[in-house]
Design a protein around this ligand. Structure first.
Ligand SMILES: Nc1nc2c(ncn2[C@@H]2O[C@H](COP(=O)(O)OP(=O)(O)OP(=O)(O)O)[C@@H](O)[C@H]2O)c(=O)[nH]1
Ligand SMILES: [Mg+2]
Ligand SMILES: [Zn+2]
Length: 304
């Protein structure tokens, strides 16, 4: 999108091996190239960057969206909400540098107490908006959070109703929506490309994304504080500075679990995430050492 409206340009992926490949939300410089026409010449630094570990290439970052001010962890009330899934989505959102919000779609379908409890315990200080495209609840609240010049990225599993929400906000059937399997409420991956939608009346932008199954975190150690801040606070009182909270003497977290102040399963998920991120960082460092020795391999460069 340019001052003069939409233009179709070439993103030269061969050349982009050496620079940053553009993603939806990027600000870019367009250049005229002989024989090629208009091409993406340069991608500006990203103010925020929503990313995960590439599900196909375990040691690569995949940027899902950039330059958004808000990231919504979207979940549908027609299905159970595993706490680990919401935790990961929120850590991913926080890591992006944007503001996280939780959107619970299909508010017209009965939510169970369990889902409510999960949301209350995981998304403690994060705004939660319940929406429905059937009775219209929550739609104005979502729009109210966006505003002129601001963009909201919708991230969540297939079939939770991200594209339906966009259509409800825009007020027309702009995006294709799909069915969910009645047996397990799974979606059918209807949206296949990321799409930036400019809202009418200068109300801001929405960024729809394809449903994601795996939420592998990428270099998100510092972002764990959003959902596990209380545990990280407790950890400062552990006897050992490198306590892994796995039964070491003088572990403040283990004590809090024993006293019934903290849910042990939540601690297990926290420890698993810390472990996962540490392993990933080791592999990353190992690869960088190898790359320095061999020279960079094509297409394996870090996109940052
Ligand atoms: N009852 C109810 N159904 C909804 C609501 N929002 C979406 N749906 C239904 O949920 C199904 C999936 O909606 P989509 O918008 O395609 O979901 P999506 O998250 O975009 O899915 P992917 O593009 O595959 O990632 C459709 O059958 C919608 O009609 C809602 O608020 N209430
Ligand atoms: Mg969709
Ligand atoms: Zn400890």
């Amino acid at each position: 999108m340019t001052e003069d409206g939409r233009v179709r340009v070439l993103s030269d992926s061969q050349r982009a091996q050496d620079v940053i490949a553009p993603v939806t939300g990027d600000w870019v410089v367009l250049e005229e190239e002989d024989g090629l026409g208009t091409v993406v010449g340069h991608v500006f630094d990203r103010a925020t960057s929503v990313s995960r570990r590439d599900p196909a290439e375990r040691d690569l970052e995949q940027v899902l969206a950039s330059n958004v001010q808000l990231v919504a962890a979207v979940h549908g009330l027609d299905r159970p909400l595993p706490p680990g899934r919401l935790e990961r989505l929120l850590v991913l959102a926080h890591k992006s540098g944007a503001e996280p919000v939780v959107i619970l779609t299909k508010g017209d379908e009965a939510a169970d107490d369990e889902t409510e409890a999960v949301v209350r315990s995981v998304a403690r200080d994060i705004p939660v908006i319940v929406t429905s495209t059937v009775d219209g609840r929550g739609i104005d609240e979502v729009v109210g959070r966006i505003g002129p010049g601001r963009a909201l990225a919708l991230v969540g599993a297939s079939g939770v109703g991200k594209s339906s929400l966009v259509n409800a906000i825009v007020g027309e059937e702009l995006l294709e929506i799909g069915d969910v399997r009645a047996s397990d409420a799974k979606g059918r991956h209807i949206t296949t490309a990321r799409e930036l939608i400019l809202l009418p009346h200068d109300a801001g932008l929405l960024l729809d994304t394809p449903g994601i199954r795996a939420i592998g975190l990428w270099e998100a150690e510092d972002a764990l504080e959003l959902v596990f801040g209380d545990l990280e606070e407790l950890a400062t009182s552990c006897r050992f500075g490198d306590c892994a909270h796995g039964g070491e003497p003088g572990c403040a977290i283990t004590e809090a679990v024993d006293d019934g102040e903290v849910d042990g399963r939540r601690v297990d998920r926290y420890r698993a995430l810390v472990e996962e991120l540490a392993t990933q960082r080791e592999r990353e460092e190992e690869r960088e050492r190898r790359d320095r020795k061999d020279g960079p391999r094509r297409g394996r460069r870090r996109r940052r």
